[in-house]
Design a protein. Structure first.
Ligand SMILES: Nc1ncnc2c1ncn2[C@@H]1O[C@H](COP(=O)(O)OP(=O)(O)OP(=O)(O)O)[C@@H](O)[C@H]1O
Length: 631
């Protein structure tokens, strides 16, 4: 190999003390002032991220062994699987998603992970963000020579591929609420708002700060702006390490360029930026300091972006016409190429050849660089990763004081009110309740109060309606917010209990207003006891019942976390409650007596019948269920 070729074969990853004039030595520490974006935060410590031989394997069920119907139909006796045939059983197969990926990212740099769809980019980023666990994950991931401890991970921002944001909040509200939740409670409110404003300015979101985020149903900010909001969301905590999963997907090349420029300016402030990119333009490609090319979980190249073409030339791959380096690398990673000097016979082996070339030429250099502790600019210079008890670290403690909890609760409550005001005061919902109230009122219109059958029927209808309606509305709450909840919990924004309580309390106003409207209409139209005390007692019973039903729906949703399944379980549960409510069966067998104690409908119906029991109403005694009033 010529000197030039040798240099290229190093992929621009020479050690900082290497003699390459354009060595990729870790950039010097960023200027002190640039590290203090938010003067009220702890200083931003640069992070050098090293990952060595990172592998990830998953076990997948292979059901092919059972044979498809077509296979079975056409199989001869000799071929058809017998019961003892191993082909009949479901086979657990191991699949390698990442195969010993090694690399290093320094503060002040952008490391771009390139590769075709399914090559393992997101998986690698998840591993680097400490979000992959289990036996399947192998290798070493170090941040400043320490394992990824919680304090380090809390200084890392992870922008996921999908923008997980509340659609009804404006850009400004999104970032202010995020600042309120993520920045230390001890920080004054004004400082937190200032942090959100800084993020808005830094990411050029000023123009759309009062526009709602939106989603596929609600028109909001553009895709590029939404992506920048996701980045700003992470920038609020002034992370030292920023990981982004395909931030440019869905953006035109100008917007993508603008976004990478923003990332470049963040990197210049001393942050370590690692991003996966699907198909960068040549303009975007030249902005990457380092590039890691993945193909089916294998590394094909790691090194400077500007030296990638030279490296591939050195191992015999030269494009037959001038093309965007990123396109060329992606073609190679896909095993497709327009290459001079590669015969048709060799084309299927392109990927194998490239993996072999990388493993023999580049990989040892990259590994040596990772092992070399001299090039860790931040080694032993900061407390992260070590178990210190400094006040900075203490604020990230998992245990929260009551004040912290209450602070989280009140912010989540305010956010919930803002986000869900459209949903709670949904006209369809109000219409449903008024329509049901009018229908019930008309059905029982002028009913004879002394007619016990009618009265019990109305009371039971009220019990069913306010058992089912709140449960069904609330059962979707947690499954719908699952993605946001998981993301926010992963960044340690709040505790589970503060989130749960804020949701319950946030829904309260509407949960209490709707039954009140319903009762006012139905009670007087249906001709229930014309007495104010009886009305107020009925109202109180219904409100309590609504709260229980809402809590039940929320709990079912939270436990199952799947909207479809949770609604089915809620339907079956409510039907069971209706059945055991005491209206259909007056005397249940003794062995089933316990069931009434778990039926909320039973309690509601029991209390309502007590309120509406009328002295001297002989018929009532006969009609009522012994278990209801007699106990
Ligand atoms: N938990 C899992 N179960 C099954 N397959 C998985 C799992 N995680 C990852 N994979 C598979 O691993 C491969 C790599 O996935 P990954 O999401 O990392 O790819 P990617 O390079 O980010 O793709 P894209 O650019 O399309 O987002 C894919 O083929 C994917 O189907």
């Amino acid at each position: 190999m010529s000197t030039a070729t040798q240099k290229a074969a190093f992929g621009g990853v020479e050690t900082p003390n290497g003699d390459s004039p354009n060595s990729t030595a870790p950039p010097k520490h960023p200027p002190r002032e640039s590290r203090d974006i938010h003067p009220f935060m702890s200083p931003s410590y640069p992070i050098t991220l090293k990952f060595m031989d990172v592998g990830y394997r998953i076990k997948i069920e292979n059901k092919q062994g059972k044979g498809s119907c077509i296979k079975k139909l056409f199989a001869t006796d000799r071929e058809s699987p017998t019961p003892s045939d191993p082909r009949r059983s479901t086979v657990l197969q191991e699949r390698t998603i990442l195969n010993g990926v090694t690399g290093i990212a320094y503060p002040g740099e952008i490391l771009a992970i390139l590769g075709p769809s399914g090559s393992g980019k997101s998986t690698l980023l998840n591993a680097l963000a400490g979000r992959l666990h289990g036996h399947g994950l192998t290798g070493t991931i170090l941040a400043n020579s320490s394992k990824l401890t919680k304090p380090i991970l809390r200084r890392a921002g992870f922008v996921t591929q999908d923008d997980v944001l509340y659609p009804n909040l404006t850009v400004r509200e999104t970032l202010v609420f995020c600042a309120m939740l993520r920045l230390p409670r001890t920080l004054p409110r004004e400082a937190k708002i200032a942090a959100a404003e800084t993020a808005i300015a830094e990411l050029g979101l000023g123009k759309c700060e009062d526009t709602i985020i939106g989603n596929s149903f609600i028109r909001g900010v553009s895709g590029g702006e939404r992506k920048r909001v996701s980045i700003a969301h992470e920038m609020l905590v002034d992370p030292s390490l920023l990981l982004l999963d395909e931030p440019t997907s869905g953006l035109d090349s100008t917007s993508a360029h603008r976004l990478i420029t923003v990332l470049g300016s963040l990197a210049k402030k001393g942050k370590t930026v690692v991003t996966s990119v699907h198909q960068p333009s040549s303009r975007v490609f030249q902005m990457f300091d380092k590039v890691l090319v993945l193909s089916e979980g294998n590394c094909l190249y790691f090194g400077k972006g500007c030296e990638a073409m030279r490296y591939f030339e050195s191992v015999g791959f030269v494009p037959s016409f001038p093309m965007n380096p990123a396109d060329f690398l992606l073609d190679l990673a896909n095993g497709v190429s327009h290459i001079d000097g590669v015969s048709e016979r060799d084309k299927p082996n392109i990927r194998q050849n490239l993996i072999h070339s990388y493993n023999t030429t580049l990989a040892p250099k990259v590994k040596a660089l990772c092992m070399d502790t001299r090039n860790n600019p931040t080694k032993n210079t900061h407390p992260m990763g070590r178990s210190t008890s400094s006040s900075k670290e203490r604020r990230y403690s998992d245990r929260v004081s009551f004040l912290d909890w209450f602070n989280q609760f009140s912010i989540l409550f305010q956010r919930s009110l803002k986000e869900r005001k459209h949903e709670s005061f949904n006209t369809l919902r109000v219409f449903q309740v008024i329509a049901a109230a009018l229908l019930a009122g008309l059905m029982w219109w002028h009913s004879d109060y002394r007619n016990v059958q009618d009265r019990l029927g109305l009371l039971f209808f009220i019990s069913i309606f306010w058992g089912v309606f709140p449960s069904f509305n609330s059962v979707f709450a947690f499954p719908q917010e699952r993605a946001i909840f998981m993301k926010e919990r992963a960044s340690g924004m709040y505790t589970l209990s503060s989130y749960f309580m804020s949701r319950i309390v946030g829904d309260l106003p509407m949960e209490l207003i709707l039954p009140t409207i319903f009762l006012i209409v139905t009670y007087w139209m249906g001709g229930l006891k014309p007495d104010l005390v009886a009305f107020l007692l009925t109202w109180l019973v219904i409100l309590g019942y609504v709260l229980v039903s809402q809590g039940l729906g929320l709990a079912l949703g939270a436990a199952i976390m799947d909207a479809k399944q949770a609604s089915t379980v809620a339907a079956v549960t409510m039907l069971a409650f209706v059945l055991t409510g005491g209206y259909y069966v007056h005397k249940v067998p003794a062995c089933m007596a316990w069931i009434k104690y778990i039926s909320t409908t039973f309690y509601c119906y029991r209390l309502l019948t007590r309120i509406h029991y009328k002295e001297g109403d002989d018929d009532f005694e006969e009609k009522r269920m012994d278990q209801l009033v007699g106990e």
